[in-house]
Design a protein around this ligand. Structure first.
Ligand code: SF4
Length: 343
């Protein structure tokens, strides 16, 4: 009989399998705890499960994993992991050290179909969606690598390769496991952020299906520029996107993060900053300004520091929270927009 990957099952589906095999369904939570919370990949290590059930599980299931094929460390301490998947595709995750914790940026697709003009992932095109267990496995493997380290992994951001809302079901399932406190990783819902290029119908759905934080990659203040930078804008233009943000149901104390990649002579002028202030009226938000990270396959340039500061000051003077995010890991091509799995 072919083996099934136990991680491909939801808790409900696994409970049903147990019932069909004359085992009490509550065992499912116990076994998932071993797999996700204690991160075991061996049924024999599940010491509170009877020997006969452990054997039965091993006869029917495997506990899948992904393999870190390359790990590169940046001079600033960031680490980029390239994971090889079962079908020889690769995805990348980036672990970023902060003052008292780590942030991990994970991928949701192999490549990406959205074609954003400034993004290296876009250049490789789209190969396939990651399964929910491949998304979770990136977190699991990095946690293993961090074992014994002083700083905890606290933040998870779905901002790596791929558009998470274009792989909706798998992403929502993966997030469920990351925040689940019974058998999952128990990450705080405030500390998990999904970043989207603006697939409006799925943003609305996501607000109902998941309690984690939302970030929206805006990057332009007029439709002509945004059409050029982000083709999704031709389907869901700025007005529609920001109206969705304005009406996005937020929990108390939460804000949407607006990401704005600053690109020299494209969207970094004083007029752009002023327009951004107008556009964001009524959007309960904070703004991350990300100076563009140049890469060989792009003609765009990073603005100089004085334009970046001027841009930020205009937002601050208009009472917005605007933070300049210097991307880490640019020396190992791990900064924002620099991920690619073409080996
Ligand atoms: S920026 Fe994000 S959505 Fe756009 S092409 Fe790159 S990975 Fe895809």
């Amino acid at each position: 009989m072919p083996y099934m990957n136990i991680k491909s099952l939801s808790l409900n589906a696994f409970e049903q399998w147990l019932v069909n095999n004359s085992v009490k369904p509550y065992r499912a939570t116990q076994i998932f705890k071993w797999i996700y919370k204690h991160q075991t990949d061996d049924f024999q290590a599940m010491t509170d499960i009877s020997l006969s059930l452990r054997h039965k599980l091993a006869e029917h299931f495997i506990i899948s994993s992904i393999i870190p094929a390359h790990v590169q460390t940046s001079t600033d301490g960031s680490k980029k992991y390239a994971f090889r998947l079962y079908d020889d595709h690769y995805v990348e995750s980036v672990m970023i050290p902060e003052r008292n914790h780590y942030t991990l940026c994970i991928s949701s697709q192999v490549g990406c179909a959205q074609g954003c003009a400034f993004c290296l992932t876009a250049k490789q095109g789209f190969s396939r969606n990651l399964t929910h267990d491949e998304i979770v496995a990136q977190v699991q493997m990095v946690m293993r690598d961090l074992e014994g380290n002083n700083l905890p992994l606290k933040n998870i951001v779905l901002m790596g390769m791929g558009e998470p809302l274009a792989n909706y079901q798998n992403v929502v399932k993966a997030i469920d496991i990351l925040i689940n406190s019974t058998y999952g990783f128990q990450f705080s819902t405030r500390k998990v952020t999904l970043s989207t290029c603006g697939i409006v119908p799925n943003m609305v759905k996501f607000s109902q299906d998941s309690p984690v934080q939302l970030a929206v990659s805006l990057n332009a203040t007029d439709n002509q520029t945004r059409d050029m930078l982000m083709p999704i804008n031709r389907t869901y233009p700025i007005e529609q996107l920001l109206s969705t943000c304005r009406n996005y149901p937020l929990r108390p104390g939460r804000r949407i993060t607006i990401e704005y990649v600053l690109i020299k002579h494209i969207n970094d002028g004083i007029k752009h900053a002023k327009k951004l202030c107008e556009l964001l009226r009524g959007v309960y938000s904070k703004i991350n300004l990300i100076p563009y990270n140049p890469h060989l396959k792009s003609k765009f340039e990073r603005p100089d520091d004085s334009s970046i500061e001027t841009f930020q000051n205009i937002l601050i003077k208009n009472n917005y929270t605007a933070i300049i995010r210097q991307s880490k890991g640019s020396d190992i091509s791990a900064a924002c927009g620099q991920l690619s799995s073409e080996m």
